[in-house]
Ligand binder design. Structure first.
Ligand code: ARG
Length: 566
């Protein structure tokens, strides 16, 4: 793709002595409207060098560039040189790039040779996979895909919450009231019921709490029975989670969760001791963070058992040693901000300068209309139910609108799930929101189904025309407002992807592909595509094909399917 801005800066650097290409790039502006051209170069600062009025300088520069094929015209308006890019050259440059790169359009090799870990989803074992988990899961997946698309060497990790005192509780509850067949048949609800029962019983019989702690200690010490039960709870839970990951088409390179670090913590505790970081407090070990305005980090309890934070510190060190990451990204709710600040500080105090490469990407809270979610109170919306309902709803709509679509089941899945994922990725991640069935199942407006439908519409045009695109396209035929606007939007794809990755903000891509869809639909309504004039048809089809490719690549980054018919 021609980098017009850079081309202009190169030309200008030959006209104005004393300014480097970089300085010129800094000075260049995008005019507020297209009547003033595509780029502008202000000449105020040149008055001193040339000892002339800025208007005069602008005029002379403009005149000396007139006649270059890159531009329709170059003219001065007051102290500005305004560049009007040649429309055909611009359209050719963008469209040829899309059609050549296809599913790689927008990608780059920016990240070559750099390893980026994206940790996301990370649910707690034996607890329901609820609507709150969709956030980390789909935001994390999109961030992984962004970095992958930019050529980074990515590793995805699901840091399962599969360790800690709650497993002691679960073991005690199961040993007292559990039934093997019931757990096998309906694992997570049954385990959840047991967990809740233990909490209720413990109010009357506090000794159950001690017993639970003892069983977790046994698990940490490698007791056979404790390990067998824990492994079983983990296996049945993971089977359930994998069903949802399957629906979302998400997988992980590693499921090394908290338990993975149990035998790696003693070494890290020793290192902390050697560095004199640990302080004794009521029999427990802490790292004092008062100096940094944070509460102390509790690293080891008085009974010797470890904590969530101990495992995060150990995991970060393990990842550095085993992956030598360039960035280690954690997509975890903003409720855990303090936890992340604390452990990253501890890692820094241990002398690891790579602590700065560990990045917490927080997101806001999801609540329900009836209040915050609470698994213990049974106030929870299961993610699987949301996805299933969305599929059902979509199937109904497709049946009404396009009853003889051959693969209704498949498309209903792609569109139903796509709608939920797209909505999730539409707002800035940091915003809190209230889950609403109505909003989730409403497909009007700037939604996933709208973008998917636009993509399918473009596919259908290309199918009908049985387009064979060859080299000889007259790009000059794409000069009208709607076509040029679509070209301009498509041209933004790569910078949009780069910005979204830099800000860890998939919603930038979501909003962008809505813009592409809208620009496409405006073009589609104003410019008939299948027309007598073969030249015109070919040029417009090339643009349709580019828009289709851009939508497809964008949806793919978001983890949303792009069906060809719907
Ligand atoms: N399992 C935790 C939870 O559900 C999230 C884990 C986040 N990742 C981490 N490295 N601490 O709250």
């Amino acid at each position: 793709m021609i980098d017009f801005k850079k081309e202009i800066a190169d030309i200008l650097s030959q006209k104005v002595e004393g300014l480097t290409v970089e300085e010129i790039l800094e000075m260049m502006e995008i005019p507020p409207n297209s009547q003033m051209g595509d780029f502008a170069f202000p000449c105020f600062k040149l008055a001193k060098i040339f000892r002339k009025a800025p208007n005069m300088i602008a005029k002379e520069i403009a005149e000396s560039i007139e006649g270059n094929d890159l531009f329709e015209k170059v003219e001065n308006m007051a102290a500005y040189v305004n560049f009007f890019i040649d429309k055909a050259t611009f359209a050719k440059s963008v469209i040829e790039e899309v059609l050549e790169k296809k599913d790689q359009f927008g990608s780059s090799n920016l990240g070559e040779g750099r390893k980026v870990i994206v940790e996301f989803s990370s649910p707690n074992i034996a607890k329901p996979f609820h609507i709150g988990h969709i956030r980390s899961t789909v935001i994390g997946n999109a961030i992984y895909k962004l970095y992958d698309f930019l050529g980074y060497d990515t590793v995805t990790i699901n840091h399962l919450g599969d360790y800690g005192t709650q497993f002691g509780k679960l073991i005690v509850a199961y040993k007292n009231w559990g039934d093997e067949k019931e757990v096998e048949a309906n694992p997570i609800p049954t385990l959840l019921k047991l967990y809740i029962k233990l909490h209720e019983e413990a109010e009357k019989h506090p000794e159950l709490e001690d017993e639970s702690r003892m069983w977790f200690k046994k698990l940490e010490d490698g007791d056979e029975e404790a390990k067998r039960l824990w492994q079983w709870f983990r296996d049945v839970s993971l089977k359930e989670f994998n069903r949802v990951y399957g629906m979302l088409n998400i997988s992980f390179d590693s499921y090394a969760g908290e338990s993975f670090y149990s035998d790696k913590m003693p070494r890290v505790l020793n290192m902390m001791e050697e560095k004199n970081l640990l302080k004794e407090s009521k029999g427990a070990d802490i790292v004092d963070l008062e100096e940094y305005n944070m509460p102390p980090a509790l690293i080891r309890k008085s009974d010797g058992s470890t904590l969530y934070i101990t495992r995060d510190i150990t995991a970060a060190i393990y990842r550095k040693e085993n992956y030598d990451f360039y960035k280690n990204i954690y997509v975890v709710a903003s409720q855990q901000n303090l936890h992340f600040q604390q452990w990253m500080k501890v890692v820094e105090l241990m002398g690891y300068d790579w602590a700065k490469d560990c990045i917490h990407v927080p997101f806001g809270l999801v609540s329900l209309e009836e209040g915050t979610m609470s698994t213990r109170k049974g106030r929870v919306v299961f993610l699987e139910d949301v996805l299933k309902k969305a599929i059902e709803q979509t199937r109904k709509i497709i049946k009404e609108k396009n009853g003889d679509l051959p693969n209704i089941d498949e498309v209903a899945k792609q569109v139903g799930i796509g709608a939920v994922v797209f909505q999730e990725l539409s707002n800035n991640r940091i915003k809190d929101y209230t889950f609403s069935w109505d909003r989730t199942l409403n497909f009007d407006g700037e939604t996933g189904p709208y973008v998917q439908y636009t993509h399918a519409r473009a596919c259908s045009v290309l199918r009908k025309a049985q387009a064979k695109l060859d080299e000889n396209i007259n790009y000059g035929l794409l000069g009208n407002e709607e076509a040029m606007n679509l070209v301009r939007v498509i041209q933004q794809f790569q910078t949009t992807v780069e910005e979204a990755a830099r800000k860890y903000e998939p919603s930038i891509v979501t909003r962008y592909i809505v813009d592409v869809a809208q620009a496409f639909n405006r073009f589609y309504h104003h410019c008939p595509i299948i027309v007598e004039d073969q030249e015109m048809q070919k040029a417009r089809l090339a643009l349709v094909s580019s828009a289709k490719q851009t939508l497809q690549n964008g949806l793919n980054i978001l983890g949303v399917a792009a069906p060809e018919r719907m």
